[in-house]
Design a protein around this ligand. Structure first.
Ligand code: AMP
Ligand code: ZN
Length: 110
């Protein structure tokens, strides 16, 4: 838990939010400013600033993030139509919240 980190506070339920999914390692929430009809954020509960801060021992966590993304895509009904997943990394990469999160975007009309 890092002070003044909004995603740490959401994960710790200090800021109210609607979790679409939760397990020991992750929460999934809807992006507050969606860029697609479906725009979810897969957020590890542990504070990691960005991809730049990943360690060898985070391999399993990162792999699990994509498994959660895959499950959420199916649950949201975008698995067959298709979707994008991605990380913004640091300011130049468009990162605004410096707590690792995977964007999942989909649901555009065909
Ligand atoms: P990034 O630019 O990759 O750091 O993405 C941060 C994302 O978090 C943005 O798309 C924001 O719209 C989203 N966001 C910021 N605050 C909240 C919040 N309280 N709940 C849900 N999403 C948020
Ligand atoms: Zn954090």
């Amino acid at each position: 838990m890092v002070n003044d980190c909004i995603f740490c506070k959401i994960a710790a339920r200090e800021i109210p939010s609607n979790f679409l999914y939760e397990d020991d390692d992750f929460i999934v929430i809807k992006d507050i400013n969606p860029h697609a009809p479906v725009h979810l954020l897969i957020i590890p509960k542990r504070h990691i600033r960005s991809i730049n801060d990943l360690q060898e021992q985070d391999k399993e966590l990162v792999g699990s993030m994509f498994i959660v993304a895959k499950k959420m895509a199916k649950e949201q009904g975008v698995n067959e139509s298709g979707y994008k997943v991605g990380f913004n990394v640091e300011k130049g990469g468009g990162q605004e919240i410096f707590h690792l999160h995977l964007h999942l975007l989909g649901g555009w009309k065909k």
